[in-house]
Write a protein that binds this ligand. Structure first.
Ligand code: GLC
Length: 539
């Protein structure tokens, strides 16, 4: 097996640690809880887990505001709990990916406290400090992702500091070599503890325009939308100098790769396709020296129409630099859940799509149960994105609710009061119940994952689009002489199974419908929202 096989051919599973499994009754998930559930993940069939931030944090942005990069928040446990989790994961052959948050620290991080203490502070240049504009206002018009200006005045020193997110999340100055070295040392700290890679938070934003120029107005802005979209963020995101930083980061992780297993970098990048491809970091010799997996979020925002998805997949495939590893994502802790976007049956079709496309799939915890967004009563809202810009649907609490394990109180998530409500439907829609049910979403996920693992055509084969009518997304995956055909009917009416695509004696390998395998007969149509995978016999 090649050193990179696990992240190229494997499956990544995202755990939002606050919501996975609580072990001490405080209503918040923790590392010991994750450790207890490793066997579930092995049985599911995933290869790697990515855990959202576990570091000490005031939790203004639930762990994405870090006050110490080299420790574990007491709510999640201790470094010893981390080591025990890592050892157990390793013993089960599961790779462990941590979240690296390089763009900003917490305002309680000692670096920022020091930086803020005086203009002459040796750490002043570790953050982005600017004098006020002539009128005393912010230095430029940049906006925070969580509402309002990206600048806050520090009264004591009379300067503003930049924060792309909350004012409690000051942006680091990545043009400063000391910052780079300190942050690379953070990577090494965790690499020495045996982690297999990092998901890098808002990778595109680390470097800002050196002249701090105003962003231009967005001519396509529709009043009433998310106010962030008023400006085109051309001066505070995806700057040309980013490439060097990505190369440096990669050199740090590569130094810990060994012939049996390479370390991986996965970049959080919401960028147009051509820009996204830059983060693979293809140099003049054609070598890929950037992040191995720039997250491909196109399905997360896609119009759920077969022609649209067909276009997305073709364009993505065509845009990939030679040798680059593709990847696909259906959901994460920031975006509405797939089951809420496309409905319960649509989510089964989406699962088949994700697990049969060419490229590393990333699953979001709970999607394998068909979990939908949980409505959050106003008095239980936690997310600053909702609190600061209310009513625009920006709140992420609905997608971060507790994992549903069993029919026990609080679905087996906690013996205390869960930090977010469980919502409805968990008494039936939990792991224990679904594991017994041949027609459940969990059973479908397990089957599709097993099929993907078993079939080289699916985990490392080629991809070729096929034409099968307006409502059916169709493609072939092939490896050597083995050829699989995937047919996904997005329509509300039956669609013919195009036998010319399948050849004679095609074998049905998987269906989104629980009875699918049993009912293949002459004249059989794809039912509404049905997906099928065939092994097509050689012509
Ligand atoms: C990323 C994270 C998000 C967080 C933000 C600020 O987009 O995914 O959850 O709020 O960065 O760190």
């Amino acid at each position: 097996m090649s050193a990179d096989a696990w992240w190229k051919n494997g499956i990544v599973y995202q755990i939002y640690p606050r919501s996975f499994q609580d072990s001490d009754g405080d209503g918040i998930g923790d590392l010991a809880g994750i450790r207890r559930r490793l066997d579930y993940l092995v049985a599911l069939g995933v290869d790697a887990i990515w855990i959202s931030p576990i570091y000490p944090s005031p939790m203004a942005d639930f762990g994405y505001d870090i006050s110490d990069y080299c420790d574990v928040d007491s709510r999640f446990g201790t470094l010893a709990d981390f080591d025990a989790l890592a050892a157990d994961a390793r013993a089960r052959g599961l790779k462990l990916i941590l979240d690296f948050v390089p763009n900003h620290t917490s305002d309680r991080h000692p670096w920022f406290i020091e930086s803020r203490s005086a203009r002459e502070s040796p750490k002043r240049g570790w953050y982005l400090w600017r004098d006020p504009a002539p009128d005393g206002g912010p230095p430029n018009n940049w906006l925070s992702h969580f509402g309002g200006p990206a600048w806050t005045l520090d009264e004591a020193s009379g300067q503003y500091y930049c924060h792309s997110f909350l004012k409690a999340q000051p942006d680091l100055n990545w043009r400063n070599p000391q910052v780079r070295e300190a942050m690379f040392e953070v990577l090494r700290f965790w690499l020495r503890r045996g982690v297999d890679g990092f998901r890098v938070d808002v990778l595109s934003d680390l470097i800002k325009d050196e002249l701090f120029r105003d962003n231009p107005a967005n001519p396509a802005f529709v009043p009433g939308e998310n106010p962030l979209l008023q400006l085109l963020p051309i001066h505070n995101t995806d700057q040309p100098d980013m490439q060097d930083i990505v190369f440096e980061m990669r050199r740090v992780t590569d130094a810990f790769s060994d012939p049996a297993s390479s370390r991986v970098l996965i970049g959080e990048l919401y960028l147009p396709l051509p820009r996204l491809m830059h983060y693979y970091g293809r140099n003049a010799e054609g070598l890929l020296q950037g992040v191995q997996l720039p997250f491909n979020f196109q399905l997360v925002g896609a119009k759920w129409l077969p022609a649209e998805i067909d276009r997305i997949v073709r364009e993505y495939e065509a845009a990939l630099p030679p040798g680059a590893a593709p990847n696909w994502v259906l959901g994460n802790h920031d975006k509405p859940r797939i089951a809420s976007r496309v409905g319960p049956q649509g989510a089964r079709l989406a699962a088949m799509l994700l697990l049969t496309l060419r490229g590393t799939p990333t699953l979001y915890y709970g999607d394998e149960l068909g979990m939908a967004d949980v409505p959050i009563p106003p008095d239980r809202v936690q997310d600053p994105a909702e609190k600061n810009v209310p009513g625009k649907g920006l709140g992420r609490d609905p997608v971060r609710t507790p994992m549903r394990w069993s029919g026990e109180p609080n679905a087996g998530f906690t013996t205390g009061t869960p930090w977010l409500p469980l919502g409805e439907g968990w008494a039936e829609g939990n792991v224990e119940a679904q594991a017994q049910d041949a027609s459940s979403m969990l059973t479908l996920y397990r089957r599709l994952i097993a099929l993907r693992r078993r079939e080289p055509a699916l985990h490392e084969g080629s991809y070729a689009p096929l034409a099968a009518g307006p409502e059916v997304l169709a493609y072939a995956r092939a490896h050597g002489a083995r050829r699989l055909v995937v047919l996904l009917n997005f329509g509300a009416t039956p669609a013919p199974i195009p036998s010319q695509l399948l050849g004679v004696d095609a074998e049905l390998l998987a269906s989104t419908h629980a009875d699918g395998e049993a009912s293949l007969h002459e004249g059989r149509m794809l039912r509404p929202l049905e997906g099928l995978v065939f092994a097509s016999a050689p012509a």
